[in-house]
Ligand binder design. Structure first.
Ligand SMILES: [Zn+2]
Length: 334
């Protein structure tokens, strides 16, 4: 594993480098954002940079990379996982347990052995059980000098407010689908069409996109979802059932309906997320009016909100499908 290429989080990284360079590293950070954005990669880079023996300062005149040198003994040990002042804690099974927190606490009180600070990275902290969270709180309330905790979470809502309030919070955002696609083109020698497919499929989450590009030999062009192609309202229940199994599909559906709307507005096909499906979408768009497409997008967004508010998922999706399937006899394009 290397941390030498991190994309899309420059602002967060420079904030962290500034903290190192001004000697104002916080006792606790909370990195938050959806899964697959590269939060852990940034956290590792930060841990490395804190204890790097040859930290590269910001040199505006040069193109040299700022941050950890990647070469020194400390950098190598951090990445290899055998630096005495750095440890990663991951959920043990489905939870981070109190014993794991106690083990950090028994270590963190000692001064660093080789580095400048003791750094503890905890991943998926939303999986801390209440007991463990309360235990961790003690450390957050009185963080030992020369120590830094980096908590990484996919979902901040699941954390105790008392934990959140004691951390410096850095919020990670997905990239624009097009920007990510361009990176994939450069990194993996993909053509832009395929890169857009991966980028759209992962909703701009760079970590997920990279692992798809690294593991899948052939990236298949996405199939147009059935909900767009069917005119048979009797298929609604089956489609709803299918979508209910993976509600994340709603984000995907949005990209398809947005494309239809763009085609309706006759924009340049290059701007479409699913440009490889252009000719098929051009036929499909005839079944919809502009207003219906706008409505479909609103309905999907509303359905996402309802599901987030714990409304019955199956029911919400059933209602959604019935409301966005094109009605018979609508072939006009106002
Ligand atoms: Zn180094």
């Amino acid at each position: 594993m290397t941390t030498d290429s991190i994309f899309g989080h420059q602002q967060i990284q420079s904030q962290l480098y500034n903290a190192i360079e001004t000697g104002r590293i916080a006792g606790a950070y909370l990195f938050v954002g959806m899964e697959g954005l590269g939060k852990e990669k940034v956290a590792l880079d930060f841990a490395q940079s804190i204890n790097c023996l040859d930290y590269q300062h910001n040199a505006p005149s040069s193109q040299e990379k700022r941050g950890a040198c990647q070469q020194c003994l400390s950098c190598k040990k951090t990445i290899a996982g055998n630096h005495p002042d750095f440890a990663i804690t991951r959920p043990d099974g489905s939870n981070i347990k109190i014993d794991q927190i106690r083990s950090i606490q028994s270590q963190i009180v000692f001064r660093p052995l080789e580095g400048k600070r003791k750094v503890y990275l905890l991943t998926e902290v939303e999986k801390m059980n209440l007991e463990a969270a309360n235990c961790l709180l003690k450390t957050l309330e009185e963080p030992p000098a020369e120590s830094t905790l980096i908590l990484v979470a996919n979902n901040m809502d699941a954390l105790l407010p008392t934990i959140r309030s004691r951390c410096q919070i850095l919020s990670f955002q997905p990239m624009e689908v097009r920007d990510l696609a361009k990176i994939l083109v450069n990194q993996f020698d993909l053509d832009l069409g395929k890169a857009m497919v991966v980028s759209a499929r992962t909703q701009g989450a760079i970590g997920k996109a990279f692992s798809i590009c690294q593991t899948e030999e052939a990236i298949e062009v996405d199939q147009v979802p059935e909900i767009l192609t069917t005119l048979d309202r009797l298929s609604a229940f089956r489609i709803a059932e299918y979508i209910s199994e993976t509600p994340e599909m709603l984000d995907q559906l949005l990209t398809w309906y947005r494309d239809l709307l763009l085609i309706h507005q006759q924009v340049n096909p290059q701007l479409l997320t699913h440009q490889q499906n252009f000719s098929q979408l051009k036929k499909i768009v005839r079944n919809y009016s502009r207003i219906q497409l706008q409505k479909a997008i609103e309905i999907i967004l509303e359905t996402k909100n309802r599901i987030n508010r714990n409304v019955n998922t199956n029911l919400a999706i059933e209602v959604m499908v019935f409301n966005i399937l094109p009605r018979p006899n609508v072939t006009n394009n106002p």
